[in-house]
Design a protein around this ligand. Structure first.
Ligand SMILES: C[S@@+](CC[C@H](N)C(=O)[O-])C[C@H]1O[C@@H](n2cnc3c(N)ncnc32)[C@H](O)[C@@H]1O
Length: 211
């Protein structure tokens, strides 16, 4: 079954929240996520393009995919303010219309929780990354704490969280999935984002490279 790309209510809520109060808290984290990247960079699930302003000067070109129409239109608008070329395209992480080994780095920011096929998306990211190219990730993952983990599993398995949050899953073991795909984790650490009681905790920022 194809992923449902349109989440009009969630998309508007997300953009309102994340371009306002959350963006202030996220700004340094977004800068850290893309720090020192260079060359041709791919961002999948770019949302409304809130990360575009954080890319460093070494980036020559950014190819951004966003399947949700409302957010994609915002991303197109954000791309016009950038000092380097950004192409915003419709497309999903599971099927990237790019050549093998064609990008120097790939960025996912709060996206792997929402893709329909996590392993398929990671396999595509690995295919289009040049050997040794970095995957930069900022993702919320399954909590190690038993009470929070139980709540996350209930929210996901009941469909409550994916329905409320535009297809997001709060109990994914994303760092393990990155490792099990053809990536070697170089660094990862937990960052404090949002209230601790939210099921979207913990949040991990990290770097991996294609083996
Ligand atoms: C929580 S938002 C994060 C947006 C943006 N990356 C940011 O950090 O502001 C999740 C994004 O993932 C996108 N998304 C969902 N499923 C996707 C898929 N299969 N492939 C690519 N993007 C997807 C959504 O449309 C949405 O823009």
């Amino acid at each position: 079954m194809a992923a449902r790309a349109e989440h009009p209510v969630f998309a508007r809520f997300f953009h309102l929240l994340f371009s306002g109060p959350a963006q202030r808290q996220l700004a340094p984290v977004r800068s850290e996520l893309v720090a020192s990247l260079s060359g041709t960079v791919l961002e999948v699930g770019a949302g409304s393009g809130l990360s575009f302003q954080h890319y460093p000067p070494g980036v020559q070109e950014l190819i951004a995919f966003e399947p949700e129409p409302y957010l994609r239109a915002k991303a197109v608008r954000a791309s016009s303010d950038a000092s380097f070329p950004i192409t915003v395209r419709d497309g999903s992480a599971e099927s990237l219309p790019l050549e093998d080994d064609s990008v120097d780095a790939a960025v996912v920011s709060l996206v792997l929780c929402s893709v329909q096929d996590l392993d398929g998306a990671l396999s595509e990211l690995s295919r289009v990354l040049r050997p040794g190219g970095q995957l930069r990730f900022l993702e919320h993952v399954r909590s190690p704490g038993s009470r929070m983990q139980r709540a996350q599993l209930i929210l996901d398995r009941s469909g409550i969280w994916p329905t409320l949050a535009g297809g997001c899953h709060c109990s994914r073991e994303t760092v393990q999935a990155i490792q099990q795909a053809s990536f070697a984790i170089e660094q990862s650490r937990i960052v404090a984002l949002g209230p601790a009681w939210m099921p979207t905790n913990p949040v991990v920022i990290g770097r991996a490279h294609r083996r």
